[in-house]
Each structure stands twice: as C-alpha cells, then as structure tokens.
Design a protein around this ligand. Structure first.
Ligand code: PXG
Length: 454
C-alpha cells in the first residue's frame, strides 16, 4: 500500500487508536508517517530525514537496518514459525537465547522466564515474587514497594507497580503495591546536597518496610535509572543505601532493566553499573533492539531453585512467550552487541563524548539542568534559569520544543518540560555533534516561540 501522506493520515485518523495519545489533538494535526529507517535515521512519508535520538522508544540499541537480523527472522520463520513451550516442549532458539542471557547477565542470574513485553515481564514479577514467598511458607509476604513516577508498563500490574499518577487516576489498580519517593534531586532535593538527599530518599524504603511490617513485604522494584519518568539519575548515595536495606531485610530486589539493559549505561545492565545484584531482573526493548517483540525476567539462582524445587506448578505464561523468531532475533542481537564491541565503544568512547556535548546545552537560557549517564540524557526547560522556576504546565513548552525539534530533523521525547534522549548505541561522534546542533537549534526556536506568544 503506497499512499500519499494525506491519505495515510486520513485512514490513520479513521481507524487506528494510538497508545498514550489524545486523539482529538492528533486528528487535528495528523500523524507523522514513518516509512523506513537506517542506522540512526528515520525517513517519513514526506521525504524528511530525522535523527532518532530516542532509538524508537528506548529500544533500537543496534540501530535500524540490520539485514542480518531480518535474515535470521526469515530463516527461523521458514523452519519453525511458532511453537510453544508450555507442555514440556522447547525449541532450539528458546534454549539458545536462555543460555546466552545467562552469559551476558550478572553471574547469579542463570534462568529466564520469557514474555512478549516489559509490561508482561513485570506482571510476571508480581506473580513470581508472591509465588516465591508462598512456596517458602510466607503467603502473607505480598506487598511490593515501588516508587512514585516510576514506569513499569501498561498492563494492570505494570501500571500498578508504576507510579504514574495519570495512569493511576484511570483506575483499576491491583492491590498490594506501595510507593515511596523517587531520588529526583533537581526538583525535590530542596536545600540538601545530592548525597544527603539520595540517602534520605533511600531510607524511605526502610521506613516503609517498618511501617508495613517486614513479614508483609515481598519485594522492592525500581529502574536503575528512571527512564519514562524523566531520566532521573539517582545521587551516588542512593543505590548503596537501598542495597544495604534490602540485604538487611528479607525482601527481594527487582531491578527493572527494560530501559537500562543491553548497554544503555555503557555496561550490559544498569545492575552492573550500580552493582545491584538483583533477585529478579525484568528485560525487554534492547533484548531484541525492538526488531521483534520479546521480554523476559532474569531470575537469581536462589529464587529459581525455589520455583523449580519447591513451588510446584507456576500457573503463568503467554502463548507467544519464547516465540522462535523473536528468540532467534534476540540471540542474534545479543551477539551483535557482544561481538561488535558496541557496549565497550559506548562506555569508552561515545558515551563520554555524548555526555560532554549534551551538557554544553546547560548554557542555554531555557535550560535549568542537564543530566545523563551512558546513552541517556535529560534537559529541564525552565521559565527562569537562576531559580529553576517551571513554566505553567498548560503552556506545553516541552511539547513545543519536541515539535520544533522534529521539524528541525531530530526526535527527542518530552516528559512534561523535560527533553529526553536515549539514542541508538551505534551513534557516532559526528552524529552526536549533529544531535547537539539540532537540539540547540530547537531550543533557540522554542525560546523565540515562547517570546512571541507573550
Ligand atoms: N519497564 C520499564 C522501565 C519501561 O520503560 C516497561 C517496563 C514496559 O515495557 P513494554 O514493552 O510493555 O512497553 C517500560 C516501557 C515513554 C514510554 O513514553 C516508555 C515505555 C513504554 C512506552 C512509552 O517514555 N517504557
């Protein structure tokens, strides 16, 4: 089907309900139709080229246009397009992927439960941690502690674990989830140093465990660096304090690596970067670089032992989990990340350069704070640079900047008035320069647009 942009837009508006979208607003504007992609660039139906600083939705880690991944999918679909692993069967791609995952993830994580998405992975986390404690004779250990402004997916359990207030307001949450504050120093740190704030916020976990009763708490879940919440890089004191609290109490630590995994921090996992040693580790996105949908939960040896030896049947699973083509593509993607040295290159060369160049944007009059780590970055747009005063949320400054940025040829994501990047891990020095130049241009144009509207 090759239609004009106007025809695509009309059909899109007539028949397609988009995720996380205000449709009334979209129908007035019309969707941007992305037709193809190569490397770090997207091409739309009007012939525009865009530098994709979001790697799709934080996922296309090896970049677009890998014909070898397409060839792996085709070959696997010809050989065995589908089979399940429910009833005591398996197939070569699912076995190979499970083994590869045990090799690239932290040493104590040697089993994987496969799913089709990050959300399903977090549903699995809820089922598994409760099953684990029940199997050990603690059926009352049910509550999972999470954080405000966290994102753990859009299924009922994912949204409940998440701390997105707008999603919670839509209702339908599952019981047994409690939220503590996030380590968001720039907006919530007050007069404290980042170190003192990080420690205080981590200690909220201890207070929450004490107020709920340790015998009722199953797990704590957190992203090593909050992604969708606005790339919130925790102060250095945060994770060591959290880890120490988890070690001292009988609760499981779940590191949601859906965004931080597969090289985004310059290490294989955020858990490697922060030395978290999680008991469960949900993964998705970079697992297949988004080429096919797949997710999973890595399970620590002491948890898998209970699931295998003491839990009886684990009543949980999805038809397409461990899909042969998705597994084959994920394995090939992991080998690309490993054998082409992509993660080392990010760690040693391109991430330090990206962080240096990205942080130069802090000079801009619109920018209150710039932060980042590895191939993740955030930049807070403010009404007053000195005080950090925010714009009226109704003004939609982040959205204006995102749209002007796309017009200039750069995809950034706006979380409120925070501009976010999470580029493909193959981005070169020259492309990083292009990213920063275009982002600067978008900031200038945003400033002009704001001045005009006053
Ligand atoms: N955990 C984390 C940390 C995520 O970032 C999920 C779980 C859920 O994964 P699935 O595959 O079910 O989407 C995510 C997903 C955004 C945005 O607007 C972020 C995500 C998904 C959609 C939009 O930044 N992250």
């Amino acid at each position: 089907m090759a239609l004009s942009t106007a025809e695509y837009r009309a059909l899109d508006s007539a028949h397609f309900l988009h995720p996380f979208t205000d449709h009334k607003e979209l129908h007035q504007k019309g969707s941007r139709i992305i037709e193809r992609a190569d490397g770090v660039y997207l091409f739309d139906s009007e012939g525009n080229r865009l530098l994709d600083a979001m790697a799709g939705l934080w996922c296309v880690n090896v970049g677009y246009g890998r014909k070898d991944l397409a060839a792996v999918a085709q070959k696997q679909m010809e050989q065995l397009p589908y089979y399940n692993s429910f009833f005591q069967t398996a197939h070569p791609p699912v076995i190979e992927l499970s083994k590869l995952l045990s090799e690239v993830t932290p040493d104590h994580l040697n089993y994987v439960f496969l799913t089709n998405s990050g959300s399903e992975s977090n549903d699995t986390v809820v089922r598994m941690v409760r099953h684990y404690w029940k199997s050990l004779g603690h059926p009352e250990k049910q509550t999972i502690i999470s954080r405000k402004n966290a994102y753990h997916g859009s299924t009922m359990a994912g949204a409940s674990l998440g701390g997105m207030s707008a999603m919670h307001a839509q209702g339908g949450l599952i019981p047994g989830v409690e939220h503590i504050n996030q380590p968001y120093w720039y907006r919530e740190g007050g007069d404290l140093s980042p170190e003192a704030f990080g420690k205080n916020i981590a200690l909220e976990l201890e207070h929450k465990i004490e107020s709920l009763g340790e015998h009722k708490v199953a797990a704590f879940i957190a992203e090593p660096i909050q992604g969708a919440g606005g790339v919130i890089v925790p102060p250095e004191t945060y994770w060591p304090t959290i880890k120490e609290i988890c070690d001292r109490h009988q609760i499981l630590l779940v590191a949601d690596e859906v965004i931080c995994g597969f090289g985004r921090t310059g290490q294989w996992f955020g858990s490697d970067y922060y030395d978290l040693k999680p008991d469960l580790m949900p993964i998705a996105k970079g697992l297949s670089s988004g080429y096919l949908p797949i997710g999973g939960v890595m399970v620590a040896d002491h948890v898998s032992r209970v699931v295998i030896e003491e839990g009886g049947e684990f009543f949980h699973g999805m038809t397409y989990a461990g899909h042969p083509a998705a597994c084959a593509v994920a394995s090939a993607n992991i080998r690309i990340l490993r054998d082409e040295g992509i993660i080392e290159n990010v760690r040693e060369h391109t991430a330090p350069y990206l962080q240096k160049r990205w942080k130069e944007l802090a000079e801009h009059p619109l920018v209150g704070e710039v932060r980042g780590l590895g191939f993740l970055g955030a930049m807070e747009l403010v009404a007053d640079k000195a005080s950090g005063k925010q714009f009226d949320p109704g003004a939609g400054v982040g959205g204006i900047c995102r749209d002007l940025s796309a017009q200039a040829g750069l995809v950034m994501r706006a979380v409120g008035d925070t501009m976010i990047i999470s580029p493909p891990l193959i981005m070169t020095h020259e492309q990083i320069d292009e990213l920063v130049t275009l982002a600067h241009q978008a900031l200038d144009q945003t400033l002009t647009a704001i001045k005009k509207s006053h």
